[in-house]
Design a protein around this ligand. Structure first.
Ligand code: LLP
Length: 418
C-alpha cells in the first residue's frame, strides 16, 4: 500500500498534486509520503506483536534526518554501519539504547564514538574486531555489548550483490566456528556477550531462507548457552523484499508469522532491521524530460535525473516503474529512459513501453525511496537533488538541492598552483 495515485490523470502524493511540488522545488526531486512511511513502519512493527522485539530501521536505505525522526517518534531504533550514520541517528534523537551497529570494517574512531554514545549492541563480524573492540572499550573503561554476526550459509536467492549470508560472502563469522568465538569473547573483560545477529541478504521474496537461517541460529544458540553464556538478543537483520515489478514478496504479517512460529516461546528479544520494505514504495524520483530522439535502432527519452541520483538500475539492472506525472493520452512508445551522464550505463529503463512524453513533461521513477538518495553521488559534478516529505495536503522540504558552491566545498588549490 502506498499513497501515490492518480486523480484526473494527474499523479498525487497523498493530497498534493506532484506538479505543485515540482513548481516550487524543480527537478529532479525525491518525494516521500509520510502516511506511507508511518503505515509501513507500523504494519511491520505490529506484525511482531506478542513477542518482545525492537524494530531498528536500516538507515542505509534512507538516512534523511526527517525520516529517521519519524521512525524515532514511532518508537523505532536504527541499524547503523558507520560513524556518520550514528551521527545522523543521534541528531534525529534516536535513543542510543535502540541503536545496533553492524559492518565488517568498523574503524577505531567509530567504535569509540559508538561506545561513548552507549549504543545497544555491536554486531561484530570477525575475530580481529572482537579483540579490537575489547581494547577500545578497556581504554574507555566501558563494557561493549556484543552480538556475533553469524554467517549461516543460507542462499537468499536474490541478486548476488545483495546476498550476504553465503559462505563466500565477506559478512559475519562462519556458523561452524562461531561457538569458539563466543567462548573467546565471553572471556574478555570489556565485552558483554549478549546477542546473535545475522542478515542474509536483501530483496528476498520468500520466507523460507529466513526460516532456514533462524533454525540454524536457534541450534547454535542452544550450543552456546550450554557453555554458560546467556543470549538475550536475536537480531535477524533486514531483507524483506518489495514489489518493484511483478515480484510477490510475503507480507510482513506472513514474514513475522513464519519467524514467530519457528522461534516458538522464547525469552529472547528479537531485533529486526528492515530498510527497503519500509522505505522502498514510500518514495518516488520525479524527473523532467529534456529531449527525445530516435535512431534507426531505438528511441531515447533523455531526462534530467541520472545514475548519480538513482544508481540501482545501472548497478543491479533493477526494475523501477516509470509513470507519467500527467497522463497525456498520446499513447505509448518503447524507449530507453536515460540520464545526461556520459556513460552508456546511465539509464532508468531500457526497451520499456512508456507513455509518450514531450520535452518539459514530468516522469516519476517509482519505488525509489530505498537506496535512492542514500546511494546518490556528485558524479559529473551534478549537485545532489532535493528531498520532500508530503503529509496530507502539505509538503515540506527535508533536504535542499545542493548548489555549485556545495560541489567544491572543502577543495583547495595548493599555493604552488596559484
Ligand atoms: N541489516 C544489515 C546488516 C544490512 O546490511 C542491510 C542491507 C539491512 C539490514 C537492510 O536490508 P533491507 O531490509 O533493506 O533489505 N543497495 C542495495 C541493497 C543493499 C542492502 C545492504 N544491506 C539495493 O539498492 O538493492
Amino acid at each position: 500500500m502506498h499513497h501515490f495515485h492518480y486523480i484526473d490523470n494527474e499523479l498525487y502524493c497523498e493530497e498534493v498534486p506532484v506538479p505543485e511540488i515540482i513548481r516550487k522545488m524543480g527537478t529532479p526531486c525525491y518525494i516521500y509520503s509520510h502516511a506511507t512511511l508511518r503505515q509501513h513502519f507500523r504494519t511491520f512493527d505490529d506484525a511482531f506483536n506478542g513477542i518482545r522485539h525492537l524494530t531498528c530501521f536500516s538507515m542505509k536505505s534512507n538516512s534523511n534526518l526527517a525520516i529517521l525522526r519519524l521512525f524515532a517518534l514511532e518508537g523505532g531504533g536504527v541499524d547503523i554501519v558507520s560513524g556518520g550514520e550514528l551521527y545522523r541517528a543521534l541528531k534525529a534523537e534516536v535513543e542510543p539504547g535502540k541503536i545496533v551497529y553492524s559492518g565488517v570494517g568498523k574503524q577505531v574512531e567509530d567504535l569509540e564514538y559508538a561506545l561513548k554514545s552507549d549504543i545497544l549492541m555491536f554486531n561484530v563480524e570477525s575475530t580481529q574486531e572482537i579483540v579490537k573492540l575489547n581494547d577500545v572499550a578497556a581504554r574507555l573503561n566501558k563494557k561493549a555489548r556484543i552480538a556475533i554476526r553469524i554467517n549461516p550459509d543460507v542462499d537468499p536467492e536474490t541478486h548476488p550483490y545483495v546476498s550476504t549470508g553465503l559462505k563466500e560472502n565477506k559478512f559475519g563469522i562462519d556458523i561452524s566456528i562461531a561457538p569458539e568465538q563466543y567462548t573467546t569473547a565471553a572471556g574478555m573483560k570489556n565485552l558483554e556477550v549478549s546477542g546473535v545477529s545475522c542478515h542474509i541478504g536483501s530483496q528476498l521474496t520468500q520466507v523460507s531462507p529466513f526460516v532456514d537461517a533462524l533454525r540454524k541460529l536457534k541450534q547454535m544458540i542452544k550450543d552456546v548457552e550450554r557453555t554458560g553464556i546467556k543470549i538475550d538478543y536475536l537480531d535477524l537483520g533486514g531483507g524483506l523484499g518489495i514489489t518493484y515489478n511483478r515480484e510477490e514478496p510475503p507480507h510482513p504479517e506472513e514474514y513475522a508469522g513464519a519467524i514467530k512460529k519457528e522461534l516458538g516461546t522464547t525469552d529472547l528479544t528479537l531485533i529486526l532491521e528492515p530498510g527497503r520494505v519500509i522505505m522502498g514504495n514510500a518514495g518516488i524520483l520525479v524527473t523532467k524530460v529534456l529531449y527525445t530522439k530516435s535512431t534507426i535502432e531505438k528511441t531515447f527519452i533523455i531526462v534530467d535525473a541520472a545514475m548519480n541520483d538513482l544508481l540501482r538500475p545501472s548497478l543491479y539492472d533493477s526494475y523501477h516503474g516509470i509513470q507519467p506525472v500527467k497522463k497525456s493520452g498520446r499513447g505509448t512508445v518503447t524507449a530507453d529512459i536515460v540520464g545526461p551522464i556520459c556513460e552508456s550505463g546511465d539509464f532508468f529503463a531500457r526497451g520499456r513501453e512508456v507513455e509518450s512524453l514531450k520535452p518539459g513533461e514530468l516522469m516519476a521513477v517509482m519505488s525509489a525511496g530505498a537506496y535512492g538518495f542514500s546511494m546518490s553521488s556528485n558524479y559529473n559534478s551534478r549537485p545532489r537533488v532535493c528531498e520532500v516529505m508530503v503529509k496530507g495536503d502539505r509538503f515540506y522540504t527535508i533536504r535542499t538541492r545542493e548548489t555549485f558552491e556545495d560541489l567544491v566545498r572543502g577543495e583547495k588549490i595548493p599555493d604552488f598552483l596559484a
